[in-house]
Design a protein around this ligand. Sequence first.
Ligand SMILES: Nc1ncnc2c1ncn2[C@@H]1O[C@H](COP(=O)(O)OP(=O)(O)O)[C@@H](O)[C@H]1O
Ligand SMILES: [Mg+2]
Length: 241
Amino acid sequence: MTARPMALMATEDVSRQFGSVCAVDQISIELNADESVGLIGPNGAGKTTLLSLLSGALKPSSGRITMDGNDVTALPVHARVAAGIAKAAQIPQTFDRLTVRENVLLPAYFGAGLSQPDAGVWIDEVLEMTGLIDRADKVPASLGLLDRKRLELAKAVASKPRVLLLDEIAAGLTEPEIALMKEVVRRLQPGRAIVWVEHIPFALQDICARLVVMDKGARLLDGPFDEVWASDALQSTYMGM
Ligand SMILES: Nc1ncnc2c1ncn2[C@@H]1O[C@H](COP(=O)(O)OP(=O)(O)O)[C@@H](O)[C@H]1O
Ligand SMILES: [Mg+2]
């Protein structure tokens, strides 16, 4: 028997309680390098909590999390970023007195550990990939929702993650805007694993080869996108979404 290749990132029986609520319930999941996974499920299923456990924003109540086979469970966010894990949050978090470029420079310095001139060159590349290069000198408050969502994504990418976690970056966007966001994510895929939480499955289609469905803190379904999407179990869960 040949050994399976080591997962890039994995959780082992990871749970997270909030009082009596078990937001994430004993999830064991493996993420391979270069793999894009869509994560869907009803409101309150535990999707955001799972991403926060992966990013280090929350600590699990039990279980462990590994990156490259190393235990990262105890590592806080900045150390996870250094290990190659970054998250774009559902609600964009920006420094509002800084320009778009300066907002993206911070994770290039402190996340990717770059210094000038490398940081400047890399940031121009990130702004180009995320479609923000023409807005580089604006402040976040002057941006529309699509650009604020792009900025949140650009900040995550600027730290050069190998695992990119996306929490509803298409939420609130129109269909043409979602199509633009998908183009951006497609540009970011090479050399990266992506976990993309979204309410609108259209956003994940043709981007994520694998689809995971969570419900009540548990992993309900996991497999090739089209198979999971067509399954009866998904259709019945989805009726309640
Ligand atoms: N910080 C928190 N404090 C208390 N309960 C929380 C907290 N975050 C999430 N929850 C609860 O955990 C469950 C899962 O929430 P969440 O991970 O946000 O779900 P999803 O992102 O799938 O909508 C919900 O019941 C939610 O109310
Ligand atoms: Mg959520």
